[in-house]
Design a protein around this ligand. Structure first.
Ligand code: PAF
Length: 277
């Protein structure tokens, strides 16, 4: 695997790549969910590139930018062992050179849920992903479905800007007990980790209830109560939404997602589940 850092090195490395190229953008602290993205990228392209860049513009002022886990060497080893061909680890000046003054703001699908809970977050995501796509010029880019709204925002941006890249979502990878893999799981104490399973379990129970024709409102209220009694606080949202528009649904219809974000101790966790009728 070739490792490059500066934009100049990337341009040279990119020029040497022939065939279909897949990109897996990451912020590092890689886990099996990221490696599943690499596996899927290998199935769908001839060559695979990954990026590691902890993007400051997608963190709010009171969020975890400073303590976000950074494990460059270990990450590079994991990517190489998995068969990644090229790793770009840009510096801040490669992504946001002096004088950088552009922000990409996707309307509609970004506005509710994470958009309300984390103002400015999706502007940061859209801007950095556009920079990464325009720099690496992949044929396909892959993102995890765990950040389901992020995936929808990126799809919207790529369509709206006419970027010549296919966007693929890859299903969430879970621990054996159901907890969705996330770099932020590393923040959980042993006791919090034990309780964290309630998030996926509650989503599963709400899905079963809705599919068994329980009215959506009471099913969601019961889900929020069950999260609170498991020790979660600050439930930002627990909602049934249309899978394409992310607009809330008060009755089941077509392709849907149950989406949730809640805080356990000092750690904010998000997760989602697909359901359809
Ligand atoms: O999902 C992530 O890791 C990040 O939001 C992304 C897409 C790499 C942009 O920084």
């Amino acid at each position: 695997m070739q490792i490059v850092r500066s934009s100049e090195e990337l341009t040279k490395a990119r020029a040497g790549i022939n065939g279909k190229l897949a990109l897996v953008p990451t912020m590092g602290a890689l886990h099996a969910g990221h490696l599943a993205l690499i596996d899927e990228a290998k199935r769908r392209a001839d060559r695979v590139a990954a990026t590691i860049f902890v993007n400051p513009t997608q963190f709010g002022p009171n969020e975890d930018l400073a303590r976000y886990p950074r494990r460059e060497e270990e990450d590079a080893r994991l990517l190489e062992d998995r068969g990644c061909d090229l790793l770009w680890m840009p510096g801040i000046e490669d992504i946001y050179p002096a004088g950088f003054a552009t922000r990409i703001s996707v309307g509609g699908v970004s506005e509710r849920w994470e958009g309300e809970a984390r103002p400015g977050h999706f502007d940061g995501v859209a801007t950095v992903v556009a920079r990464l796509l325009l720099s690496v010029r992949p044929d396909i880019a892959l993102f995890g479905e765990k950040d389901f709204q992020q995936l929808a925002v990126i799809r919207r941006m790529v369509v709206d800007l006419g970027l010549p890249v296919e966007i693929a979502g890859v299903p969430t990878v879970r621990e054996p007990d159901g907890l969705a893999l996330s770099s932020r799981n590393a923040y959980l104490s042993a006791e919090e980790r034990r309780r964290a399973v309630a998030l996926s379990a509650t989503l599963g129970a709400a899905r079963d209830a809705i599919l068994a024709s329980r009215p959506v409102g009471p099913a969601l209220t019961a889900a929020r109560e069950s999260l609170r009694s498991a020790g979660f606080s600050a439930i930002d949202y627990f909602a049934l939404v249309d899978a394409a528009t992310l607009e809330p649904l008060d009755a089941p219809a077509g392709e849907m997602r149950l989406i949730a974000a809640a805080t356990l101790g000092a750690t904010r966790l998000i997760d989602n589940l697909a359901l359809s009728i």
